[in-house]
Design a protein around this ligand. Structure first.
Ligand SMILES: [Cu+2]
Length: 149
């Protein structure tokens, strides 16, 4: 009886650990985010740290539909939880010219490659998005390497 109870508790504990949201950390290093690309599950939390001269701003044309805009204060460490599946591109606005930005894949949205291509097309209509071009191309390679696409 005690043994059975032990296994029941053990399995419950395992289930709770698996379903718990994970924490991720992105560090600002010079004018780069490290890691530049992250792959997370919906509900996971991401912290941006070491941000003395940095901030993050999601790029309106490069986030899943229905996402709330993120624009943080300069010089503040922040963290956010991401619930909507999709691809999120963000930048450090003052260092966007130096291509300081990052890309996140949340969950397993449909047509990942198509979404990246659609984001790349946006750049043609808005030149301020140009620094995202290299980021997105590298992100695509990263996903290929990881076997995601
Ligand atoms: Cu910055």
């Amino acid at each position: 009886m005690a043994k059975r109870l032990f296994w029941v508790l053990f399995l419950c504990w395992g289930f709770v650990s698996i379903s718990q949201a994970a924490e991720h950390e992105v560090r600002a290093v010079g004018v780069k985010f490290d890691p530049m690309f992250i792959i997370i599950e919906p509900g996971d939390n991401v912290s941006w740290v070491n941000m003395p001269a940095h901030m993050i701003e999601t790029i309106d044309a490069m986030v899943p539909e229905g996402t709330e805009k993120i624009m943080t204060e300069l010089g503040v460490d922040v963290n956010f939880t991401f619930d909507l599946e999709g691809i999120y591109v963000y930048k450090c606005t003052p260092h966007w010219g130096a291509r300081m930005g990052g890309v996140m894949l949340v969950g397993n949205p449909s047509d990942i490659e198509g979404t990246i291509d659609a984001y790349l097309l946006e750049i043609q209509t808005d030149k301020s998005l140009l620094p995202a071009k290299g980021l997105l191309k590298k992100f695509k390679k990263h996903l290929q390497k990881q076997g995601v696409i």
